[in-house]
Write a protein of this length. Structure first.
Length: 433
């Protein structure tokens, strides 16, 4: 909600975090429910991991020198001295849960979906919040390229069913632990030779996180990047085959992809496939820009970095829900929970209000949702509210009706009224619906 009372200025929600009220909550729930339904049809199961995790989980997996870990984590020290962080992303937590719960003993692969709030201490701007919502999919326990294709295809289906147009998937392969070494070495050598022509941040990246050099948007660095070594050129035979297969699946699934040799992603755990999903969108000034709606990739070494003795090859993606539901073309999906009330329940007098609970409960069991005003007493005020809310019927329960165990049902269009016994009310309403 945007309106704030001036006197509450000192009690604002934290920067980059906002309240979601009524329709806004339904908007999020609607998207998450529809996405979860698609995932369930494909055989995914839900997983919920804690919002707080140990800091070390992310320093080890996402990587100490990434922006997410070095600049964007909300961390806290518990009274017992543990360092916890508000989860900045979901993949590391899912892998931690897989290892902690001994899920490798189950038939593989395991396919999970999740949705919920994530936290990054970024500068709030268009499409960027400090508390934001993701919907994610993860497949753990297989190396097969069909798993990569399943993830990308399902992301496409979810976005298309949400009405999102002009989708582009940028995809790349970073290779595995073997072939990535040579690529990284040549990349470092190349940038060392060009160190005088790159920006200050990139000089730092050269020392801490060289792959991220390919991500720089500074004009000078873009020119240097054009001649930089490409990970594709270093792929070993099995990584090449894997990537070729993924692209073949995407061709046959009609996914609109572009191979982008400079795509590295901002998280260290990726191996082989990486991808990002973009749509074109207009800024407030009417300028056309690309907006990242989601991203993901394979993370075959993540389990090992979390001290697993066994490798757990895996692949996944997550979608930025806040960004998707804010797009003008987004097709609103009402969550199943949302009921459109067709009756307004007017209660007059204390006795009627006492009786009203019994009536509402009977209606609930008959799946008839109501609206009511708990504060208004006069019939005029309550009828006016029913009119304003466009509800086709009102139920009126006054002192007399309460004593006689009846209610009046009023058709708001024709203004005709019937007196109905309370125990016949649900039957009556179902007939006239
Ligand atoms: P990510 O690219 O960091 O990937 O985030 C995925 C999506 O979350 C982004 O494309 C964007 O739409 C949304 N997002 C990220 N930060 C913000 C923010 N501050 N405000 C609003 N939306 C945001 C991951 O998080 C990986 N865990 C994806 C993954 C799953 N990889 C493998 N499995």
């Amino acid at each position: 909600m945007k309106t704030r009372s001036a006197k509450n200025d000192d009690l604002r929600s934290p920067k980059g975090m906002r309240d979601l009220v009524s329709e806004e909550v339904f908007l999020f729930q609607g998207f998450l429910e529809k996405a979860a339904e698609a995932a369930i049809y494909y055989g995914f199961k839900p997983i919920e991991t804690p919002v707080l995790e140990q800091e070390e989980l992310f320093t080890r997996s996402v990587g100490e020198d990434t922006d997410i870990v070095s600049k964007e984590m909300f961390s806290l020290k518990t009274r017992g001295g543990d360092r916890l962080v508000l989860r900045p992303e979901g993949t590391a937590g899912v892998m931690r849960a897989y290892l902690e719960q001994g899920m490798s003993a189950l038939p593989q692969p395991l396919m999970f979906y999740y949705g919920g709030p994530f936290f990054r201490h970024e500068n709030p701007q268009r499409g960027r919040w400090r508390q934001f919502y993701q919907f994610g999919l993860e497949i753990l326990g297989t190396r097969k390229s069909i798993a990569d294709a399943t993830i990308i295809n399902l992301a496409k289906i979810i976005l298309e069913e949400a009405g999102i147009k002009n989708l582009t998937f940028r995809i790349n392969s970073l290779g595995d632990a073997d072939c990535r070494g040579a690529f990284r070495r040549d990349l470092i050598n190349y940038y060392r030779k060009n160190v005088r022509h790159i920006c200050v941040d990139c000089r730092e990246r050269l020392k801490t996180n060289p792959l991220r050099l390919l991500d720089c948007k500074q004009p000078g660095c873009i020119a240097i990047k054009a001649e930089a070594p490409e990970s594709i050129g270093y792929l070993c035979a099995s990584c090449k085959t894997h990537f070729k297969e993924v692209l073949e699946y995407l061709d046959s699934l009609g996914v609109n992809y572009e191979v982008d040799n400079t795509l590295v992603r901002g998280l260290d755990y990726y191996t082989r496939t990486v991808f990002e999903i973009f749509t074109e969108s207009h800024t407030d000034d009417g300028e056309l820009t690309s907006l990242a709606l989601g991203g993901g990739g394979r993370y075959d070494n993540l389990a090992k970095t979390l001290n697993s003795k066994k490798e757990v090859p895996a692949v996944g993606m997550s979608l930025g829900v806040d960004r998707i539901i804010n797009l003008p073309e987004y097709i609103r999906h009402a969550p199943r929970l949302l009921k459109k009330p067709r009756v307004f329940f007017i209660q007059l007098s204390f006795d009627a209000k006492l009786k009203s609970f019994e009536v509402i409960e009977a209606l609930r069991h008959a799946k008839i949702p109501i609206q009511q005003s708990l504060s208004k007493d006069s019939i005029g005020a309550q009828l006016a509210l029913a009119e304003k809310n466009g509800v086709p019927y009102t139920i009126i329960l006054g002192q007399k009706e309460a004593m006689e165990n009846t209610v009046i049902v009023r058709n708001m269009d024709t203004r005709s009224q019937d007196t109905i016994k309370i125990d016949k009310l649900t039957e009556y309403l179902k007939k006239i619906k």
